[in-house]
Write a protein that binds this ligand. Structure first.
Ligand code: ARG
Length: 587
């Protein structure tokens, strides 16, 4: 296990190794977690930078400059293979720059590890629950559901690549008084053959209709509540209808799995699943003296935490969304999940903050790391916002189809003779949607402009796919199929004049990949991976403009460059995979 990890963090590992050798020789020790190794903002400062001297100087009461000088001296002694071009002090930091020899030799590991390059076992098989794609029965999928399935799926892939065991749950919204209202609407104005043809749209119409009618006839609300009470008590007709609504809804939700390649949920624990688990939670809340009665309702007072009042049980005895969330967390924790990630938009900030606080007061959450809301802003279309109540919602289904149609148009235009045009168009459309969502800082709202997002240029999913396909095009041209790793001899690697700075820049970038993935898995920020892949593509494209590859006369150098581009394609495809994006070989 260790061996694999060491290889994968090879570049960073070497720096760590040098530092620890130097520190132990000098009998300087510190807790490793305060020592930080980072990539300096200016490449002139080298590939990595360590704060060790700054931290240790305080401990030994010497100047950082002097401590750095001692450490550097030891590192130079340890670097018998000339892996470093320089190791020097600047402003108390110790900066490292890899030698060309090291870069050339270490990048071969990429083509030895292939799909595994960037993977690690750091997660030690810890179970993490990732909750995403939580639509609501009989409601159309909206862009928010699309967003959270994209983010959740990618985070799961990333966690898995780092040795965690992520499992997903769709906390399907299939319970609550609104179902009583829907049952009432269906019984009053529903027409089965009509609804059956287009279930979600028709059911939603019924829901919109009853909401409108309720404004003049408040009585309906009461009747709706009664229908829900009947459902809760197991009334046969209501149960059957409700199950029917759920089955109809899932048919439409399938698009997320079939068209977008989102991994199917591992668990099906919808809100209704917690119906019989809620009483136990109420008991526990009572026992722990957290429940207070207020105007007939049962609440938890969270005012001292600036979280207001959380209603657990309504005054009419109805259970709440919050109570189901409490039950869900406890149940899932008991299934062995050490962490639970809730991928859902920022509108649920308050609701989830209340949930987590109550769980903490109950003693189920012991650290903020155990329950994390992965919040994100809204994906909006240029036309404006969406509203579900009045029926003007932007249907995710229509949205996906329209992006696919547009991608097909572009492919027809750019590469009319391409085989599998439909498949590639779908892959391009998916790349456009996913990359767009994932490349943004999750907290801000984003406007989806199809023209920009499906473009083959700029920071887009299709641009990364295109860079990948372009490399495969070059390899097809030289008939290289799959290029074997470049195994130049040491002396060849040392011929400094032969290596161009643009190719060394690509290697440097490729070697950063494992660290980027590790960081994304720690901070849950897929946009860092998007940025990285975009930069890699840019670095690659500058290299490709600067030096000949297929036209290179020197066979040894040509083989090396073909290896370099193969490794680049490998890393782009590994990274895209973690974003949930296909990497076609031709487009
Ligand atoms: N079904 C909800 C919605 O569409 C999201 C559920 C979020 N998850 C949770 N455990 N509260 O808005």
């Amino acid at each position: 296990m260790l061996g694999l990890d060491l290889l994968q963090q090879f570049a960073l590992f070497l720096i760590n190794h040098f530092l620890s050798v130097a520190l132990s020789t000098l009998k300087l020790t510190s807790h490793l977690d305060v020592l930080d190794i980072s990539v300096p903002p200016d490449p002139a400062f080298g590939d990595y930078s360590s704060n060790a001297a700054l931290i240790l100087a305080k401990k030994v009461k010497a100047s950082p400059k002097d401590v750095a000088a001692k450490i550097i001296e030891e590192i130079k002694k340890a670097d018998t293979e000339y892996a470093l071009d320089f190791v020097e002090e600047k402003g108390g930091f110790i900066n490292f720059k890899f030698s060309q020899k090291f870069l050339i030799h270490s990048f071969n590991q990429i083509l030895e590890q292939r799909d595994l390059y960037g993977c690690s076992l750091a997660g030690e098989g810890k179970k993490i629950l990732v909750e995403y794609f939580q639509p609501n029965v009989a409601k159309p999928l909206h862009l928010g559901h699309l967003s959270n399935s994209i983010v959740g799926d990618s985070l799961s892939r990333i966690l898995k690549s780092q040795g965690f065991k992520p499992e997903s749950d769709t906390h399907l919204g299939d319970w609550g008084t609104q179902f009583g209202l829907l049952l009432l609407a269906y019984k009053k104005y529903g027409n089965r053959p009509v609804v059956e043809k287009n279930p979600i749209e028709e059911l939603n119409k019924l829901y919109v209709q009853i909401n409108a009618e309720m404004e003049t006839n408040p009585e309906l609300r009461e009747q709706g509540k009664q229908e829900f009470v009947k459902l809760e008590k197991g009334d046969e007709e209501n149960r059957k209808l409700w199950e029917q609504f759920r089955d109809w809804s899932w048919k439409e939700y399938e698009i997320i799995y079939s068209e977008l390649g989102i991994r199917r949920a591992d668990h099906n624990w919808p809100e209704s699943f917690f119906e019989d688990k809620m009483p136990g939670v109420l008991e526990e809340l009572k026992e722990k003296k957290l429940l207070v009665e207020s105007q007939g309702a049962q609440i938890v007072n969270l005012e001292q935490y600036n979280l207001g009042v959380a209603v657990v049980l309504k005054s009419d005895g109805g259970t709440t969304y919050l109570l189901r969330d409490l039950a869900a967390y406890i149940f899932r924790k008991n299934q062995g999940f050490e962490k639970q990630l809730y991928v859902v938009d920022i509108r649920q900030n308050h609701q989830l903050a209340q949930t987590f606080k109550i769980l903490e007061l109950m003693g189920h959450i012991n650290s903020p790391e155990e329950a994390i809301h992965i919040a994100y802003g809204f994906l909006k279309l240029p036309e404006g916002a969406m509203s579900s109540r009045k029926g003007t919602i932007i249907n995710a289904n229509d949205f996906i189809r329209s992006v696919q149609a547009r991608a097909l148009e572009i492919i027809e235009e750019k590469n009319p003779s391409l085989k599998n045009k439909d498949t590639v168009a779908k892959e391009v459309a998916t790349a456009a949607m996913k990359y767009f969502q994932l490349s943004h800082n999750l907290k801000s709202d984003i406007i989806f402009d199809p023209k920009k997002v499906i473009s083959f240029e700029g920071s887009t999913g299709p641009y990364l796919q295109y860079t990948h396909a372009r490399i495969f095009g070059i390899l097809r041209k030289v008939g290289a199929g799959v290029v074997r790793p470049f195994m130049g001899t040491q002396s060849e690697a040392d011929k400094s004049a032969d290596y161009n700075t643009s190719e060394l820049a690509v290697i440097r970038k490729l070697l950063q990949y494992p660290e980027v993935v590790a960081q994304v898995a720690k901070e849950y920020l897929p946009n860092l991976l998007c940025n990285y892949l975009f930069e890699l593509s840019q670095t690659f494209n500058s290299f490709y403009q600067a030096v000949p590859v297929t036209q290179e006369k020197d066979e040894q150098l040509k083989a090396f460059r073909l290896t370099l581009i193969t490794a680049t394609a490998q890393v782009i495809s590994n990274g895209l995979y973690l974003l949930g994006i296909e990497a076609p070989e031709e487009m």
